[in-house]
Design a protein around this ligand. Sequence first.
Ligand code: NDP
Length: 494
Amino acid sequence: MQYNMLINGEWTEASAEAWYEALDPSTEGVIATVPRASREDVRSAIDAAREAFDKGPWPRMSPDERGDVLERLAALVEKNADELAALESLNGGKPIRQTSFADVPMAIEHTRHFARLARTLGDEVVDLPDIGVKSRVVREPIGVCGGIIPWNFPLLMAVWKIAPALAAGNTLVLKPATYTPLTALEYAKLVMTAGVPRGALNVVTGPGAEVGEELTSNPKVDRVAFTGSTEVGRKIMAMAASTVKKVTLELGGKAPMLILEDADPGEALRGSLFGAFLHQGQICLAGTRLLLPSSLHDSFLSRLVEKAKTIRLGPTSSWETDMGPLISAGQRKRVEGYISTGVKEGAKLVLGGRRPDIMEKGFYIEPTIFDDVSNEMTIAQEEIFGPVLSVLTYDDLDEALALANGTEYGLGASVWSRDLKRAEDLARRIRAGTVWVNHHHILSCATPHGGYKQSGVGRELGIWGLHEYTELKHLFLDESGEAMKEAFGLVLPE
Ligand code: NDP
């Protein structure tokens, strides 16, 4: 199947007629050809978005009108849910159960949420009694936005960049990850069907080093929102600096799952496996460091290993499959590199670490658990983005907190205890953007998502995420003229 990209309302090939192949990571087979955009193509997309912002109807529509269009978009996504779930599974290496029951329903709900929030954007009146006027604080769109997204949630990440940008009246250029462009392109088709005018959304497919860098450094782009590795996030921040673009960065994580002695053992066990192995651990919020009290260590770990053995690896199209492949051969190699580093640095491999015998093709790797991990080890510090769980042990809660906070990241964390008061107290002392008590991973479109420390800048989702796509203008309206007279009197006597 051949896909085209979206520039100024037209579905086009790359100007150099260059293509690349998108794969199914569970079979390694080619599923589509996709345009490989050049910098010139990106500049055309940026020009279209600029024109649509400066002269087009989208930024000038009322919040309610934009809300109506996004509402129609959510309904279209719902209508196409099964096809989107199948494609997300095929290209993203996700079991069909996950894309059908999580990714696509979230894409619908999050689109709908931004449709609702679009309608809330209006002026605020601020009383200035000292000056004797009422001022207005106006929320305006920022302008042309660039969105750069990763391969782990291809559809949902597209929604997170497109829906709030459009809801606030911006125009944008989206760059999907090279591995996983297909559902973002399908979503863009629905955006156009819903009635978003030409040029307001453009989608350009191609490598980060060209498409992403052009988007980040081009002076006609006002804002960049990026989700991906901390390493690339640093580059984006540096590139955006030359034109002082606004940036939001949602970067890496190394989430601790802090199990307290009084945790419900069944829930903590299931939660740990869910936290660590959902989507093969390729999630920035993945619970990759399990912090166990030494008193529970042996019994908890042996049950954890037994339970992890029951996770079923298989083809992503099967409803029986719990875990699919990693996204690419390169990602698997990277994860295998971390596993051998873990062994070399003295951690004890208690489960997995290998490619499964049962899968002849595909970038699979077994659920892997390391015990005896110390916090200085590479596998305790670096984002692996694979099904690799590190178990660390603590003797008291101060030590547990030091471990929980002891990385450069601060995206997510969870605390597991039946004593909610104590759990909340610990949660408040963990330096992370999201801390769950007795859960891991659950995300709502109504609450903010983002990182402390080197896990990011800014927030996505909820009203906080929408406000990141707005500029604030202070509109001073001196209706009586009295304030002016008084102020000018300071240097110009009547
Ligand atoms: P990257 O951070 O490289 O990629 C994320 C997005 O940024 C992709 O669209 C990519 O394009 C683009 N990109 C890459 N280089 C640049 C650049 N110089 N300028 C602008 N955009 C760029 O992640 P990888 O896919 O390489 O994965 C490597 C590691 O990153 C993973 O193992 C994981 O640790 C981490 N990661 C973290 C994610 C998170 O959500 N926190 C998500 C994905 C990865 P392209 O696809 O063309 O390379």
